[in-house]
Design a binder for this molecule. Structure first.
Ligand code: MLC
Ligand code: AMP
Length: 508
């Protein structure tokens, strides 16, 4: 597949409709932004960034509430040729300190309520520019950009130049920055545009956060590259989504969003009469959710599979001529993506045999930020990326994910790395060791349960463990339960048997 040497913004901009005054984004508080607004405001912000005399490849780290202005900042970063680094709004100071220390951003943009502590961390790490941006169209970023020209020439970028860094823990250990290029993002957006049949008149309901692949790339690029209007929801509220459905055609969500929509009595065939496509991903979609949705709405959810390092990898077919959408599978490798399943010895496995999923394609990232060793470890000698997901391919070519070799819990579409949480728990007074395991959860799909062993003679209160974690970590990482036990089950090699813990606590 030919990947174009073009700035991603230039490609998105070329897809804007001819009528620049048409509505591009309608927010849930009734604001209307035109295509011209997106172009002009991102030009002003790009001029601001370029006036700061930043080095080539400068990172622009952004931890702000969801807003259209935050999208403009993303577009501005692209068009000015810098590297966008989005951060989950739930991250607290220890987490932000790590990201800023590791990425060494030249610019940090945060909410004004966090300016005190974020700016301190940023200045300590050598960042010279810290701006604020709030979700009510205020902040020093906008004040400064207001003085800049709204004319801007998009900075030329090659396909391999970096566009964004997304932190993810990959298979093990501390968070790693996945480096994604303009070519990675554009090629994936173009493939999805065709594969999912984006067409004139499409309207997207955007209800996902914009600091991860799903909301920032799959959904946003999808609409922009098709010149499609978006209904912009700062927070996912099922009732609000239902209200907008009669005027929309496309919806994308993590499985939890579908589970919550299904609890709405108003979800029925009439409510979705105008909808063309429902896409799910980021976590396994339960077959019950898939079939309940089919029965209630007459629509078959299209499940796809991706990750921060690769953006989208596989998708169930959109068009019936390519096959049916099969629940419990993530469909076929997308055009341009090679996907194979290997065993631990590096042997390719035949159909229906379970092994590690490996991928190659124009969408696969450039490596982990400043971690060449880690990057090498995650690629095979012939250039396939080891996803850490375990799955199989059936005789018709459908890929199914059956597990993960990486120790990862996916809760409501957010990743939780047990090693990180266990590290915090093990430092608490009186704790000898701990294990975090994922157990099934009706709403979030999976949630963490912390199993803690006290030191001899010490007492550990489960609530105190949870409270201590809450003070330090993003809320979605907090285990929903904590149990104190005398010892952890281990195998003959001394390794904690998490499978036994998962089984023991699955009904908690
Ligand atoms: C919130 N909480 C969570 C949680 N979200 N706990 C576990 N997992 C989550 N995902 C906490 C809250 O802090 C709160 O704790 C309690 O759980 C109840 O919260 P809530 O009010 O029900 O949560 P809400 O704000 O409604 O958020 C739920 C959600 C949100 C599902 C809307 O988590 C969400 O937007 N998830 C989408 C994540 C996403 O976009 N992932 C894509 C990654 S990209 P307390 O203690 O305060 O009461 C990727 C690649 C790919 O993976 O393939 O796409
Ligand atoms: P992230 O690191 O946040 O990008 O998360 C990527 C991981 O989410 C993948 O490696 C998978 O484990 C998981 N994932 C994404 N989509 C799906 C899906 N449709 N089904 C199961 N797991 C998925």
């Amino acid at each position: 597949m030919q990947v174009q040497d073009i700035n991603l913004y230039a490609a998105l901009r070329a897809a804007f409709p001819a009528k620049l005054d048409a509505v591009a984004i309608e927010t849930d508080n009734g604001l209307h932004y035109s295509w011209r607004d997106l172009d002009r405001a991102s030009a002003m912000m790009a001029n601001l960034l370029q006036s700061l005399d930043l080095p080539q490849g400068a990172r622009i780290a952004v931890q702000v509430e969801k807003s259209v202005e935050a999208v403009m900042l993303y577009l501005a970063t692209l068009r000015a040729g810098f590297v966008f680094l989005p951060l989950n709004t739930a991250y607290q100071s220890a987490e932000i300190e790590y990201f800023i220390g590791n990425a060494e951003p030249s610019v940090v943009v945060c909410s004004s309520k966090n300016f005190g502590w974020v700016s301190k961390l940023a200045f300590k790490a050598g960042t010279k520019n810290v701006f604020t941006l709030d979700d009510d169209r205020t902040g020093s970023l906008l004040d400064r950009a207001a003085h800049c020209s709204d004319q801007h020439k998009v900075v030329a970028r090659r396909a391999d130049d970096l566009a964004a860094i997304l932190y993810t823990s990959g298979t093990t250990g501390r968070s790693k920055g996945a480096m994604l290029s303009h070519g990675n993002l554009l090629s994936n957006a173009q493939v999805l545009k065709t594969y999912w049949g984006w067409r004139q008149g499409d309207v997207l309901i955007h209800a996902l956060p914009i600091f991860h692949v799903h909301g920032l790339f799959v959904a946003l690029h999808g609409a922009l590259l098709n010149g499609s209007k978006m209904f912009w929801m700062a927070k996912f509220e099922p009732k609000r989504v239902l209200e907008k459905m009669p005027q929309a055609t496309v919806f994308m969500g993590v499985p939890t969003l579908y589970v919550r929509l299904l609890t709405e009595p108003g979800l029925n065939r009439e409510a979705v009469r105008n909808m063309r496509l429902f896409v799910a991903g980021s976590a396994p979609l339960l077959i019950e959710t898939f079939t309940d949705w089919q029965q209630r709405t007459g629509h078959t959810i299209l499940e796809r599979y991706g990750m921060s390092e690769t953006t989208m990898l596989t998708s169930n077919p959109y068009e019936a001529k390519h096959g049916e959408r099969r629940g419990g599978t993530v469909g076929f490798p997308l055009p341009g993506v090679s996907l194979r399943v290997q065993d631990d010895s590096g042997k390719n496995l035949p159909v229906n045999e379970i092994g590690g999923i490996q991928v190659k394609g124009p969408n696969v990232f450039k490596g982990y930020w400043r971690m060449p060793e880690k990057t090498r470890e995650e690629f095979t000698a012939d250039g396939y990326f080891k996803t850490g997901d375990v799955g199989k391919i059936d005789e018709r070519g459908y890929v199914a994910i059956v597990g993960r070799s990486k120790d990862l819990i996916i809760s409501g579409g957010y990743n939780v790395y047990p090693a990180e949480i266990e590290g915090y728990i093990n430092e608490l007074p009186g704790v000898a060791e701990s294990a975090l395991v994922g157990v099934p959860h009706a709403d979030f799909g999976e949630v963490g349960v912390a199993v803690v062993v006290p030191k001899p003679g010490a007492t550990v209160q489960p609530d105190a463990v949870l409270a201590a974690l809450k003070a330090k970590l993003a809320n979605f990482k907090i285990p929903k339960r904590c149990v104190v036990v005398a010892e952890l089950p281990r195998n003959t090699m001394g390794k904690v048997q998490k499978n036994i813990l998962r089984e023991t606590y699955k009904s908690l």
